[in-house]
Ligand binder design. Structure first.
Ligand code: HEC
Ligand code: HEC
Length: 477
């Protein structure tokens, strides 16, 4: 009996030990494959800006291996050949992800977006050339709406299942037995669910005009999804902005309508707007981004400039534009009432006092906090640094070139193509008509709601010679 008892004790003890080990190993395995947070560090501030995390992966990260194979399973849901690059995404040679996309491991590798996906400009001098890439410039070809719709359409398709996806991943990567199980029974089904949810969260955009490449409706998702405010029917479509040279922008209101006055808050709300959560907001990483865009100078105009003509143009600028646009100008960086500047008012009307108030309370109780969001009555007279690569112009990107902006609205193009990054140094902007621009680009129609090209009549009365000189000067900014 005693022996038996001892035996039983030993058996029980070893069962318990095996159990503890199993739970331990299981717990450890689960933690390792699902939650282990591997820091993503880049020494270079530019690499950090292009590929470093802004905290979007825990809630918005798409599992890397799934993300990688989706364009191969669903090429029919993309606008053209070339996988993700058909959505205007820039992929540097030898990189695992495109510019503006992170690969960060939280349990398993996940793909998140960064500031650089919207804040990186490119241009080419011919259709066969590789693009020149300028971090912190406004992205002129990335179609975020197309990307959201692609992920939604893929998740809605019956082929989005473990058999298809694991079969395709095999061509890139060998999973261990445990990984295979986790992807089949947990990660793939959960990803499908999350992408379907995202599709539902963005349904509101299908009843409004398309954004097109280089534009987004940046604050309606914040209102509806982050702040949980009721849906309204506003249209906030706006062009991407450059974010370089902030040192010289000090004191300027931020965002097209000046809804912010603090750069730090603008950087942090940028991350929240892209999917960082209250708990994942990486304050130190974002400080690095802020430091980078504070010091980074805009790129110089890469083609020949007629210096003599430009210095004549400098005079024209001083007389007609500088009060609103030169650094240190009397009204530079302030909000110009919408009635005065006369441009499309949809973007302005999208943001409300209620949204500003709600956002100012969003971070209550956290070490970071927002307090500078506000409602304004117009658009900011923005600084014009790096202007040459900021086309199309105005807050809604409704005017394709500087030459067109100096024309009266009735003489500005009524439709044109955007999203094609071959440069047009004659009109100063991107090529916006012709076969290639039409093939690659998005037809922008200025009669569509929120797309109006009215207003900003400054300089439209100048003589042709003065306009030519002014444009030559604007190239030097
Ligand atoms: C999904 C695209 C997108 C991402 C990602 C994004 N932004 Fe922006 N950002 C925009 C757009 C569009 C605007 C202009 C919005 C408006 O006012 O209508 C803007 C405006 C800004 C401005 C104001 C510039 C000025 O001169 O007023 C700053 C600063 C900024 N973003 C920084 C960031 C930072 C830093 C990040 C990353 C943490 C980030 N953004 C992520 C699209 C994006
Ligand atoms: C009274 C102030 C004021 C004056 C004067 C003025 N602007 Fe502007 N400008 C603005 C405002 C406000 C905006 C933003 C309007 C919008 O996007 O809806 C703007 C936008 C612009 C943009 C678009 C920038 C971008 O990134 O898309 C350009 C280019 C520009 N102005 C050039 C000029 C030139 C050239 C002159 C002189 C001929 C001039 N402006 C005179 C207030 C002014």
């Amino acid at each position: 009996m005693k022996i038996f008892k001892e035996k039983l004790g030993r058996v029980l003890a070893s069962i318990a030990l095996v159990f503890v080990l199993l739970v331990g190993v299981g717990g450890y395995t689960a933690w390792y494959h699902l939650f282990r947070d591997v820091p993503l560090t880049y020494e270079s501030p530019e690499e950090h800006f292009k590929y470093g995390s802004i905290g979007t992966e825990p809630s918005q990260g798409v599992p890397y291996w799934i993300w990688l194979v989706l364009p191969r399973i669903f090429p029919d849901k993309l606008p053209g050949a070339g996988g993700y690059t058909s959505l205007g995404i820039t992929w540097e040679e030898g990189k695992e992800t495109p510019v503006g996309f992170t690969k960060k491991t939280i349990g398993f590798p996940r793909v998140g977006i960064t500031c650089a996906v919207c804040h990186t400009a490119t241009y080419r001098t011919s259709p066969v050339e590789k693009p020149y890439i300028f971090p912190a410039g406004p992205s002129n070809k990335f179609d975020l709406q197309g990307y959201i719709r692609f992920l939604g359409a893929a998740a809605s398709d019956p082929r989005f299942n473990a058999d298809y996806i694991l079969d395709e991943i095999k061509y890139n990567h060998d999973f261990s037995w445990v990984e295979n199980l986790l992807y089949r029974f947990l990660i793939i089904p959960q990803t499908k669910k999350a992408l379907l949810q995202q599709n539902t969260d963005f349904e509101w955009m299908n009843s409004r005009p398309n954004w097109g490449p280089g534009r987004i409706d940046p604050f309606n998702p914040v209102k509806f999804n982050t702040l949980k405010l009721p849906k309204d029917d506003t249209i906030g479509n706006s062009d991407m902005m450059p974010i370089w040279n902030q040192k010289l922008h000090k004191g300027s209101a931020l965002h097209w309508d000046g809804l912010e006055t603090s750069l730090k808050e603008t950087v942090q709300t940028g991350a929240i707007g892209d999917g960082a959560t209250k708990d994942s907001l990486p304050v130190a990483d974002l400080q690095r981004v802020e430091d980078y865009i504070t010091e980074l100078a805009p790129p110089k105009y890469p083609f020949a400039i007629d210096e003599q003509l430009a210095s004549k143009g400098n005079q024209v600028f001083a007389n007609t534009c500088a009060s609103c646009h030169a650094f240190g100008g009397e009204r530079t960086g302030t909000v110009i009432p919408v009635e005065e500047v006369g441009t499309d008012r949809h973007r302005l009307d999208m943001w409300t006092q209620q949204a500003a108030d709600t956002y100012n309370h969003f971070g209550d109780g956290y070490p970071w906090d927002f307090s500078q969001l506000r409602k304004t009555n117009g658009y900011v007279s923005v600084s014009l640094d790096g202007l040459w690569i900021r086309a199309p112009y105005l807050h809604n990107g409704s005017v394709p070139s500087l030459e067109d902006l100096l024309e009266k609205p009735e003489n500005r193009p009524k439709t044109f193509y955007r999203g094609y990054d071959v440069y047009d140094s004659l009109r100063v902007g991107f090529v916006s008509e012709g076969k290639e621009a039409e093939r690659v680009g998005f037809k922008y129609d200025t009669t569509v709601a929120a797309n109006s090209n009215q207003g900003h009549l400054y300089g439209t009365d100048l003589s042709n010679n003065d306009k030519k000189a002014l444009i030559e000067y604007l190239k030097t900014l």
